[in-house]
Design a protein around this ligand. Structure first.
Ligand code: FES
Length: 107
């Protein structure tokens, strides 16, 4: 188990326990975290799982994978250098304590 903190756009923080190997999107849905929709179930077809990785964590989450940039063009909120599709971030022990910020809107 690792901890992930989701920071809503109003600053509300929700910290949950997550399974190693699960995605940040899947973990949000399983824990009823508002602000992540995950419409396509993680198939990288929707961009409703957009999140901003906290700058302290971007080295550990790595760079956007193939296709993520294209899909993020469909994101409802502004895309920044720390934007990721949360379904494409797999949790590892190294990501224990990860913080992601949620956009104001997903659709
Ligand atoms: Fe659809 Fe991530 S859940 S792109």
């Amino acid at each position: 188990m690792v901890k992930v903190t989701y920071v809503a756009c109003d600053g509300t923080e929700t910290t949950v326990d997550a399974e190693v190997g699960a995605s940040v999107m899947q973990t949000a849905l399983e824990n009823n975290v508002d602000g992540i929709v995950g419409e396509c179930g993680g198939a990288m077809m929707c961009a409703t799982c957009h999140c901003y990785v906290d700058e302290a964590w971007t080295d550990r989450t790595g760079v956007r994978g193939d296709g993520e940039d294209d899909m993020l063009e469909c994101a409802a909120a502004d895309v920044t250098p720390t934007s990721r599709l949360s379904c494409q971030i797999r949790l590892t022990e190294d990501l224990d304590g990860l913080r992601v910020h949620l956009p104001e809107e997903q659709v």
